[in-house]
Design a protein around this ligand. Sequence first.
Ligand SMILES: Cc1cc2nc3c(=O)[nH]c(=O)nc-3n(C[C@H](O)[C@H](O)[C@H](O)COP(=O)(O)O)c2cc1C
Length: 462
Amino acid sequence: MTEPKKLILNLFEMNTVSHITHGLWTLPGNNRHRFNDISYWLELAQILEHGGFDGIFLADVVGAYDVFRGGPETAIREGLQIPSNDPLLVIPAMAAVTERLGFGVTFSTSYEPPFAFARRMSTLDHLTHGRVGWNIVTSYLPNAARNFGLAEEIPHDRRYAIADEFLDVVYKLWEGSWDDGAVIADAAGKTYTDPSKVRYIDHVGENFRVAGPHLSQPSPQRTPVLYQATGSPAGIAFAGRHAELVFTGGRTTADFVQNAERMTDAAARHGRTADDLKFIVQAGVVVGRTEEEASDKWRTYREQSSLDGILAHSGFPFDPTVFPRETLVRDALAQAGIPEKAVPTAAPDTTIGQLIDGIAGGREGRFFVAGTPRVVADEIERWLDEDGIDGINLRQYHSFDTARDFAELVVPELRARGRLLEGGPTLRERLFGRGPRLPENHIATRYRGGANLTVPVPPLFG
Ligand SMILES: Cc1cc2nc3c(=O)[nH]c(=O)nc-3n(C[C@H](O)[C@H](O)[C@H](O)COP(=O)(O)O)c2cc1C
């Protein structure tokens, strides 16, 4: 009999008050306001480690949400990703109190050059003994661009072209600049590192010039595990070349399967196989000891949810809350001076009330379940076996109840069904069941041993 497919289990987090479940920080007992305090991260990491989670995944943005209502006030009032702190800096604290929890962390390729970031990630990979992953993003907030000296965002596909070169630089540093065994720490010979095994990378490209050598010696994984979230053609081409875990989704099973196929095809174009790519979806799970307990919790969460937060997060182009519910969307858009095509999600002949109800109620999507541990585990097995996902990023409605409930009620059920991963010690070994380093068919490995450092990679597209 073949082994059942195992679930990659991550908690979705952000070093902020309100990440994606807006309004819920106000729930009794919610710890979200403690995110500035190191004790928050220590407590959370221990819950996850002992609760059977594989990783914590930290989102990040480098600007404020200031499109909705023409300014950042709504986001600021809501605690919507502002205030927010640097995600990298909480990782060593969590690593110190755990042994196998993985850390996926978001960093943007659009604004800060690659050399210092490569060093920071190598440092983290050393300090965690090989438990870090990088969520590669190109950033999407107009305000982020203005924080880094640009008048406006770099166009979408151009951001991916820059990201592709950014990756080329960090691969040279992580994989090519130092050989294994370079550090010999030979006290008698007075040689810490053998200089013949360390080299410049001399990268000269369209966007970056980096001499090297890399300042960190090789870490357990060298290149951190590579994550990416995308759906666009440029992003899929990028994922095909680089990503090991892709966040994707879909409103139906067929949608998800089609998205996954596109990614797998893109990976095949780079000589990679279906085993080299895993798919993670964001999932909502509300579990109770009884159906009633689960539905009570879910009702409370929904009642407390903030429409303003949702609208500001999506950068909604007009404010539907100022119109009477029975107003037609078409009339509201006309009054707000917004062309109908600017709001593709709002059918012009529906009412503002219908629009608002859809926005407030329609966010949970395909990968959501509320119920007893058995119902939840059945549904997760369906996601694994019928949709074909490899893992979830668990959305938090309440910190720490969401993680604790999942750990106490769902994890034992999944474990009994043989659905949880084991192994490690590095994150890559745990997720892929093979070595700590990238496999030979990944483009980054072309630089091993200092090969190909000045041979350009073919452009990703165009
Ligand atoms: C689960 C998930 C998590 C994401 N986390 C972040 C994040 O932390 N920071 C960020 O700038 N973008 C984040 N994004 C947005 C993606 O980086 C990307 O902009 C989005 O998926 C659109 O990609 P595309 O333009 O290639 O289709 C996330 C997307 C998803 C689906």
